[in-house]
Design a protein around this ligand. Structure first.
Ligand code: SAM
Length: 140
């Protein structure tokens, strides 16, 4: 029981899933069922509520197409960022805590070996973060 994340769909409320231009913000694919069983990540010391990338993969692949944009206003350790990279989606996000901004940039760099990230907060020095990265830092 404890080994899995279980995502239960609560209710399909029309107002909650439609945005003004009629596009669907969330598109539930009924064949996916109400309960998703995904193994918990083995490494979850980067963030106290870190989710498995496979969990986010499933939501992203259900609700977006290749090259579409995904917005995560609570990035945390960057699980959605990694999933977007894996699945060919463009990612935009916000994170309040500098330590998590650092972790998600390190995680992205470790996964892609690229640092094509733009930080709007000019106090964030991406190069310094990457240079600071521990040798054994892993991405998943
Ligand atoms: C539940 S965690 C997200 C965990 C993420 N899904 C993952 O797998 O790592 C929520 C994050 O939102 C951030 N947060 C809280 N309030 C915020 C705000 N007003 N703006 C941006 N980020 C915020 C917190 O610092 C925290 O890292």
């Amino acid at each position: 029981m404890d080994k899995y994340y279980k995502i239960q769909r609560i209710e399909k409320t029309k107002g909650a899933i439609d945005i003004s231009n009629g596009a669907k913000l969330v598109s539930f694919n009924d064949s996916m069922g109400d309960v998703w069983e995904i193994e918990k990540t083995t490494e979850n010391d980067l963030h106290p509520t870190m989710k498995p990338v496979a969990l986010v993969d499933r939501a992203i692949n259900n609700s977006t197409k290749t090259n579409e944009a995904v917005l995560d206003l609570f990035i945390g350790s960057g699980t959605t960022l990694i999933s977007c990279e894996k699945n060919g989606r463009r990612f935009f996000g916000c994170e309040l805590e500098p330590k998590y901004i650092q972790i998600c940039i390190q995680r992205y760099f470790n996964f892609t070996r690229r640092y094509d990230i733009k930080c709007i907060n000019r106090e964030v020095d991406i190069n310094a973060i990457i240079e600071d990265m521990p040798e054994d830092f892993t991405s998943q």
